[in-house]
Write a protein that binds this ligand. Structure first.
Ligand SMILES: [Zn+2]
Ligand SMILES: [Zn+2]
Length: 277
């Protein structure tokens, strides 16, 4: 395939598996562009590579969700998000070019449906950084002419960390890298919300969205304001969970605007915890 054919292919693709030889073909075309000194074409090819990677990770997210491989799906989401972040600096895809708006929306929505709340985070000291383009060691005094994030010869410039000294592990709720999900012994995550979504989300390209409302937790139903609170705090409901909102939980409602209502599996309202009982 030539560049135009690959561009069209990636733009129109709505399948579940991308042709695996595309990256090889792009890599060959990029070498040619670089040898001809055509920086613009090399950068264009880099964008196509990124589009391929974003789509490929997104398709893996979907496949892993179908297979109930939820942590794998989580990691693929993070990878897709990182590749899309790099691409966004160099390509304007408004108007859902290459279906990237659709993917972006999914990358924003899906993580909120996972039960993960705590992560391990590594703290370490990087003793030296090198430029990925020229391999020069970068210090405060000694820099090169390459800008991080820019594309040179069809490759994105980044800083490579060398000589890393490990310091500590912290437990955090908003980690820089999201792979460090904690899996405490004896506890099992509850993926019920995702399982519900997957009963209706029948293609990676099908659109969906969700709404959240704050609903009363069933146990609090009918509890009088002046009664002792259910949480065993020893104080009145009105001064306790009614005040703090601990009597409420998020209720997720999935919407499939393009689906025939008769094809939608509806669920009775259920309450889930982050953990399986
Ligand atoms: Zn450099
Ligand atoms: Zn309470």
């Amino acid at each position: 395939m030539n560049i135009n054919q690959i561009t069209m292919y990636l733009h129109q693709f709505k399948g579940t598996e991308l042709r695996s030889n595309i990256l090889d073909e792009l890599s060959k075309l990029k070498s040619i562009a670089v040898n001809q000194g055509d920086q613009e074409e090399a950068k264009n090819i880099w964008c196509l590579e990124q589009i391929y990677k974003v789509k490929n990770h997104f398709l893996s997210v979907y496949k892993n969700l179908v297979d109930k491989e939820f942590f794998q799906a989580w990691c693929e989401l993070e990878r897709a998000d990182i590749e899309l972040h790099f691409l966004r600096m160099h390509l304007d895809y408004t108007g859902n070019k290459y279906n990237l708006d659709h993917i972006e929306k999914n990358l924003n929505q899906l993580p909120k449906l996972f039960p993960y709340k705590y992560f391990s985070s590594r703290e370490s000291i990087v003793k030296n950084w090198t430029c990925s383009i020229c391999n020069n060691v970068i210090t405060l005094r000694n820099s090169c002419n390459h800008e991080v994030g820019e594309i040179y010869n069809g490759e994105q410039c980044c800083r490579i960390a060398g000589d890393i000294e490990f310091q500590a592990v912290a437990i955090v709720t908003d980690p820089f890298d999201k792979y460090g999900v904690l899996f405490p012994e004896g506890l099992e995550y509850n993926y019920a919300i995702l399982e519900n979504l997957m009963q209706n989300w029948t293609s990676p390209w099908e659109k969906w969205e969700y709404q959240i409302s704050r609903d009363l937790i069933a146990e609090y139903n009918g509890l009088g304001r002046n009664n002792l609170c259910l949480c065993n705090s020893g104080i009145k409901y009105k001064n306790c969970c009614l005040k703090t909102g601990k009597n409420l939980h998020d209720h997720f409602k999935f919407l499939f605007h393009d689906k025939d209502p008769k094809d939608i599996t509806n669920h009775a309202k259920q309450t889930f915890n982050s953990w399986k009982n």
